[in-house]
Design a protein around this ligand. Structure first.
Ligand code: BGC
Length: 495
């Protein structure tokens, strides 16, 4: 028999546990809260995944990790069958990957490498037979080196015809199975990688590169639409790096810098795609260093996408540094901002990846709402979203799970407020060679042992969590996604 003392203790215990019990019952979101045609997936890119950089006729790309660690990366060239099975076991609807240009066209143009075509046919066979939808990017930073050596790669308008030729081979070889094409990954970051020459020259490679990428993109879209889209029935779009920008302080300089940053980072791609020209702000600041589109190029550019793919990792605080660039001319001096991931960070050199779970996930929703408000309602895919961990972080990646939950929830809020988002891809499916960090930075749902010759894959906790979310439609309690720092709450003011 329970005495009155123990009954009281039990009651007290229940009262103490009540908030926890109630929150455990709270239904936050489930797989089935998303539209029925929404796809959940994960991604890799050719140069970070495949390895076999000199096998079966492939020639080097400008991004090969050559000389750094080795050339096997995650050995996807030999392990794609095993990986396709893992994708299916995980419950992925879709797989985002890219095609190595120099594997298909070892000279950049001309002779097609049958072994290269065969490899991607095999990859497509393995994933489509399991009902996984391929989302394919034509170029994910890995330009054939031969074209860079010949005419400077993206810096030259000569690239337009070569990119078109490569795209044509891909559409004709794989377009019967690939119905989601992205022309290129993050031209805005790709260009920034070349902001090296910050001097007083009037030539700024960054602007020229992105200009040639935009023209190449629009020509490839035109090719797809005139020759393939009708009978292949796919969609084609462009990918952009994105991060929600908020002012570091409430000073008018930081507020203005934040608008400038949005124009330079996102308007740089979006304005030409919608209006056929760069944002006014860019033109005013960069003047004649910003190339111009001819009338016919502008016409081809306008509307040259069926969807926009966004890579989103974190939000950033923006502060003005427009005083003091003097006679220096380059993208970096023109944008004249510092980015910080947290207020007390040192300025980040960007692009950002994140090593800690943010306290606030709503930046993704805000980013999409900003794009909708500024450029109208379009189809979106979240092409990359993922958490960087240290090489020693191990398999129990609970922080990554919190990160994914927070952003999936933020995306759902955007959908609920009217955004037409059609898919979400975790970056990355397995550990890859990272451009920043090599093999020391790990994004994978699956761990790869890069020291072992056969690169074994092991599921992390996040792979199991994602799988349960996708397959069991289980309820996900997400962390709070609410912003804690809208402009009016800013405690900081700049001096
Ligand atoms: C790139 C990926 C890269 C990731 C993490 C993205 O911007 O598209 O290729 O692995 O950042 O650094």
């Amino acid at each position: 028999m329970m005495g009155p003392g123990s009954a009281t203790s039990l009651l007290l215990l229940l009262l103490l546990l009540l908030p926890r019990l109630l929150s455990a019952l709270q239904v936050d979101f489930r797989r089935r809260d998303f539209p029925s045609d929404f796809v959940f997936g994960a991604g890799t890119s050719a140069v970070q995944y495949e390895g076999a950089t000199a096998e079966d006729g492939r020639t080097p790309s400008v991004m090969d990790p050559e000389g750094k660690i080795g050339d096997e990366e995650s050995d996807g060239y030999h392990k794609y069958k095993e990986d396709a099975k893992l994708m299916s076991d995980t419950g992925l609807d879709a797989y985002r990957f890219s095609i190595s240009w120099s594997r298909i066209l070892p000279y950049g143009r001309g002779t097609v490498n049958p072994k290269g075509v065969e490899y991607y046919n095999s990859v497509l066979h393995e994933i489509t037979k399991r009902g996984i939808q391929p989302h394919v990017t034509l170029n994910h930073l890995d330009l054939p080196k031969v074209l860079e050596d010949e005419y400077g790669g993206w810096e030259s308008p000569k690239i337009v015809d070569d990119f078109k030729e490569f795209a044509n081979v891909c559409f004709s070889s794989f377009g019967d199975r690939v119905t989601r094409w992205t022309t290129m990954n993050e031209p805005n970051v790709h260009g920034m990688l070349y902001w090296r020459s910050c001097g007083n020259s009037t030539y700024t490679p960054t602007y020229n590169m992105v200009h040639n990428m935009l023209v190449s993109h629009s020509e490839v879209v035109r090719l797809y639409r005139t020759k393939y889209q009708k009978h292949q029935g796919g969609l084609i779009g462009l990918n952009s790096y994105s991060f929600w920008c908020q002012p570091f302080s409430n000073s008018s300089a930081d507020v203005e810098a934040t608008e400038r940053a949005k124009n330079f980072m996102f308007g740089w791609l979006m304005n030409p795609l919608i209006f056929g020209d760069y944002p006014e702000t860019m033109r005013k600041i960069a003047k004649s260093r910003l190339p111009s589109f001819t009338k016919s190029q502008a016409e081809v550019l306008k509307g040259s996408f069926d969807f926009i793919g966004l890579n989103y990792y974190t939000a950033a605080y923006v502060s003005d540094i427009s005083n003091g660039s003097g006679n220096i001319h380059c993208f970096k001096a023109d944008i004249a901002v510092d980015f910080r991931v947290e207020r007390n960070d040192r300025p980040a050199r960007g692009p950002f990846t994140i090593y800690r779970v943010p306290s606030d996930f709503s930046g993704l929703q805000k980013m999409i709402e900003y794009l909708m408000k500024t450029y109208g309602s379009h189809l979106f895919f979240i092409h990359e979203n993922g958490f960087a961990a240290d090489v020693n972080a191990g398999l129990s990646d609970t922080a990554r799970i919190e990160y994914l939950k927070g952003y999936i929830r933020s995306m759902l809020e955007a959908i609920r407020s009217g955004a037409q988002i059609r898919g979400y891809f975790v970056w990355s499916f397995i550990d890859l060679f990272e451009f920043i960090g090599g093999y020391n930075t790990r994004f994978g749902l699956y761990h790869v042992d890069f020291d072992a010759e056969d690169r074994p894959r092991t599921p992390r906790l996040s792979a199991k969590w994602y799988s349960t979310f996708l397959k069991n439609n289980s309820t996900v309690m997400s962390p709070n996604i609410q912003r804690d720092h809208d402009l009016e709450d800013l405690p900081y003011s700049s001096q």
